[in-house]
Design a protein. Structure first.
Length: 290
């Protein structure tokens, strides 16, 4: 049976994700809290400063100070990927039965974390290059008179493009990193063949409710500002939105920290369940291979 012929048991994978998270929540917290604290503190200071700089630049029309803020966000993005790899590997090992228990604290960076970090960088570089290329093509190929009308269609296409490759390449990466020595991105592409919609359904069923819960709590804390979708309106309005986001950073950072065990447990538990179903006989290292 080829990978494209092997269909994922969506309901079973979602059920396994919930069972894993709530049976091992204490262990998950022990495995991720130390890297999560570091990431939360870094994100708080770097993003809060960047929001203020962007807000001032929009309000004054002076872009001279944007460079350091962009470098700070780039540094945070790299640190976030590295810390995420340090959290994802042990939680995935727990989900796949390669680790039998949690620990009071863990801060380690081994071969599996390094491979996952490199693959995450490669995936992010590919997605960012796709965005840049699409923006250039749109700018050159779409006449100025038609650009406003084509923006919504282009945004919809790019959202679908990013979602497709994020699911096909990214969803199974942690499980592959801890279970195999193969190149992660090509292996993920092969295993997920023919199962994009099933993977998306698993992601929505396992992680969607947790994200909705986080959004609801944030709305209760921040009011209408907690559900405002992105930056919009004239420069003065966007500057006000950024200032508001900066002021709310303590609340949002704390909420992200509290929700992280649930989000990571659900996402990585679902990915582990999907990996078990897809790996099959062509991977002798796969747990419960069949």
């Amino acid at each position: 049976m080829t990978n494209s012929d092997r269909r994922l048991p969506v309901a079973a994978a979602i059920r396994d994700a919930y069972r894993f998270t709530f049976e091992h929540l204490g262990a998950i917290i022990g495995l991720i809290w130390l890297p999560m604290i570091i990431g939360t503190v870094l994100g708080f200071f770097i993003k809060q400063r960047a929001y203020l700089i962007f807000a001032n630049a929009l309000a004054s029309g002076n872009d001279a100070r944007l460079g350091p803020a962009m470098l700070g966000l780039l540094f945070y993005g790299l640190a976030f990927l590295l810390l995420t790899a340090m959290m994802a590997v042990p939680v995935t090992e727990l989900a796949l039965g390669k680790r039998q228990s949690g620990t009071l604290a863990r801060f380690a960076f081994g071969p599996a974390e390094w491979r996952l970090f490199k693959s995450s960088l490669g995936l992010m570089a590919f997605l960012m290059a796709s965005l840049v290329l699409a923006a250039l093509v749109s700018k050159l190929a779409v006449p100025a008179a038609m650009q406003m009308g084509a923006v919504a269609l282009a945004n919809l296409f790019m959202a679908g493009w990013l979602l497709f490759f994020a699911m096909r390449l990214g969803f199974l990466m942690p499980a592959i990193a801890v279970s195999e020595d193969a190149a992660i991105l090509p292996r993920s592409w092969k295993l997920s063949a023919g199962n994009f919609w099933a993977l998306l359904a698993i992601m929505l069923g396992a992680v969607g409710p947790v994200l909705l819960l986080a959004a609801f709590v944030e709305m209760l804390i921040q009011g209408q500002a907690g559900i405002t979708p992105g930056l919009q309106g004239p420069a003065s309005m966007m500057a006000a939105q950024l200032n508001s986001a900066s002021q709310n950073m303590p609340l949002t950072a704390g909420l992200d920290f509290l929700m992280a065990p649930l989000v990571m447990g659900q996402m990585l538990g679902a990915a582990a369940a999907a990996y078990r179903a897809l790996a099959g006989r062509d991977n002798p290292l796969a747990p419960d291979g069949r």
